[in-house]
Design a binder for this molecule. Structure first.
Ligand SMILES: Cc1cc2nc3c(=O)[nH]c(=O)nc-3n(C[C@H](O)[C@H](O)[C@H](O)COP(=O)(O)OP(=O)(O)OC[C@H]3O[C@@H](n4cnc5c(N)ncnc54)[C@H](O)[C@@H]3O)c2cc1C
Length: 547
């Protein structure tokens, strides 16, 4: 752990407090200027050491804490970072947190450290241990930079928080691994597990099973099946399992849902400095595991029905799983961008969502982000740290109607971010991968073709609940109606056979509930999704008491 502060008294105090609690397990290095701290970091790097936590004073002569942390990240990208600030600098520190990826800021003085310093450092260490450069037996992935299947596997591993090392198939180590697996270049992506098993061009399900993610339920019957592993589903899993319900959560892709893709969620209660979607997901997954909720990944639910008192879900492979109650928490998926060239280049320079795995690959390239809502703004902030230029392509006439004020302000302050309103993507060009985009300015009626390395799409979302068919009543866009929305002039929905109205989050079938973004008229936010997941569990209890 390294701490840097130009005030010797403060510097000594921080080091003393850190040593007292962490001295047994970590070496504490103290520096009194950014330059000295960078020298120390270079030395640690050369010695092959690792750095878990960096604590830097914000206001230092020559180089302030933010600039120091940015340079330190080049040496130790996995080290977790915190700024030490005086009360008067809080605003500047918060701005900095949004611009460079600082995990926390700590107000000086922090007495008592048990309350104000250690919980923060504990959280930093926890994040470093779960995602950082700890000693892990890594999964290896060999593939082509611009191959869509290779991208899918990398994205799958990253979103499921499985550390992996990437090798290009045309580099020596990549070729060596392919040779060792007896596989030709056509076999990519090649996945090599820590115990040496090689999988050529595997499905996500095969990779999940090989890296130890659960894909099959332990039992045939549960109290509660939750479909979807976003914030609503995870919220329901934590509350369900912690309140004694035998609970299984089924996720088709990666735990975390949309929130898992967010580079920084700033408005979730209890995280004043923001939290990355990956961090929130990792904590929620551990919390669900602690209460013994089963979590299955790569299982796509394609059918749901009531069979007597049981609620039965059917998977894509035809197998079934039953429970007393079901919570639908399937959220929403991105709406496709329809323009020539887009479908062909998806996964090869064009991505839906923020694809954080692509951050480093954007270095020095021009990045286009399509969309005008907060998710697009967050992505622009994120990629501005990697790309040469970032252009936000917005169909509407201004950002004010669709994006939060704080994000608009932050974007305006970044030199390499440009906003093009009243503009649409007309075409994407490229052979192997995306090379250029044609934009149309609707005000001026002009078309421009510009070089483009990456294009990220954030143009709204839809529930994709066609598979529910007529199982439960949905609105014309596919969102699931619940509770009071099911009553028409006080009349209960057709087929409703109970002597009570549907509970607030209950669908048109008793014992099937909906929570989060998939629910008609819900608020599309992390906090509300988590809240509805918890509330749905309370209603499941009520249902189980008197079905
Ligand atoms: C980039 C980005 C940034 C955002 N930032 C913020 C923010 O800062 N603050 C905020 O409050 N909100 C933010 N949001 C919105 C927030 O993430 C969503 O409102 C929230 O994730 C909704 O949670 P959910 O659980 O209802 O659905 P989702 O997060 O959509 O999760 C649904 C899950 O269900 C799975 N699933 C779907 N169908 C099936 C099926 N048939 N079988 C099995 N699994 C299935 C999906 O794979 C997915 O993992 C952001 C969204 C995005 C995309």
């Amino acid at each position: 752990m390294l701490t840097v502060d130009d005030d010797p008294a403060v510097s000594r105090a921080v080091a003393r407090d850190l040593r007292r609690r962490y001295g047994q397990d970590y070496q504490i290095v103290r520096a009194s200027s950014a330059a000295e701290a960078l020298d120390a970091l270079r030395e640690i790097k050369l010695r092959g050491g690792r750095v878990a936590v960096l604590l830097a004073d914000y206001r230092m002569p020559q180089m302030n804490g933010v600039d120091f942390l940015e340079q330190a990240m080049d040496l130790f990208p996995h080290a977790r970072r915190a700024l030490l600030t005086a009360y008067a600098d809080t605003d500047a520190a918060i701005q900095a947190i949004n611009v460079v990826d600082v995990d926390h800021y700590l107000l000086k003085p922090w007495d008592p450290p048990e309350e104000k310093l250690y919980p923060v450092v504990d959280a930093l260490l926890e994040a470093w241990q779960s995602a950082g450069d700890r000693d892990v037996e890594e999964v290896k992935v060999v593939g082509h930079r611009w191959s869509a299947p290779s991208y899918k596997i990398r994205d799958f591993l990253a979103r499921n928080l499985v550390p992996y090392r990437w090798f290009a198939a045309d580099e020596p180590e990549g070729r060596r691994l392919l040779d060792a697996a007896g596989a030709g270049p056509e076999a990519i992506p090649l996945v090599v597990t820590p115990d040496g098993r090689a999988l050529t061009a595997p499905t996500a399900g095969e990779v999940a099973a090989a890296v130890g993610l659960s894909t099959a339920p332990v039992h045939d019957f549960y109290d509660l099946i939750i479909i979807g592993g976003g914030p609503a589903g995870l919220g329901a899993a934590v509350y369900g399992a912690s309140e004694g319900l035998h609970t299984v959560l089924v996720e088709r892709k990666a735990i975390g849902g949309q929130a898992g893709q967010s580079s920084r969620i700033e408005n979730y209660l209890g995280f004043p400095d923001g939290v990355s979607g990956a961090q929130l997901t990792e904590r929620a997954r551990r919390q669900a595991g602690k209460f013994e909720a089963e979590v299955l990944t790569t299982r796509d639910v394609v059918g749901l029905e009531a069979r007597g008192p049981a609620r039965v879900v059917r998977f894509g492979d035809g197998s079934e799983l039953s429970a007393h109650a079901v919570i639908l928490a399937t959220g929403v998926s991105y709406r496709p961008l329809v323009a020539p060239g887009v479908a062909e280049l998806t996964g090869r320079g064009i991505y839906y969502g923020s694809a954080a795995t692509e951050g480093p690959a954007c270095a020095g390239t021009d990045v286009y982000i399509v969309g005008g809502a907060n998710s697009a703004g967050q992505a622009a902030l994120f990629f501005s740290r990697h790309a040469r230029e970032v252009t936000l392509v917005v169909r509407g006439e201004s950002l004010e109607r669709s994006m939060s004020y704080y994000l608009i302000q932050q974007l305006a302050a970044i030199g390499n971010v440009h906003v093009r309103t009243g503009t649409e993507v007309l075409e994407a060009h490229g052979t192997e991968h995306l090379e250029a985009v044609t934009l149309c300015d609707s005000k001026q009626g002009t078309r421009t073709t510009l070089p483009a390395g990456h294009l990220f799409v954030f143009i709204g979302a839809e529930p994709r609940t066609e598979w529910l068919d007529s199982a439960v009543v949905r609105d014309p866009r596919g969102f699931v109606y619940t509770g009071p929305d099911l009553l028409t002039s006080g009349q209960r929905p057709t087929g409703w056979d109970r002597d009570r109205d549907p509970f607030y989050l209950e669908s048109s079938v008793p014992g099937i509930f909906a929570a989060g973004d998939v629910r008609a008229n819900s608020v599309k936010r992390v906090a509300s999704a988590v809240g509805e997941g918890a509330m749905a569990v309370t209603l499941v209890h009520k249902y189980l008491e008197a079905p």
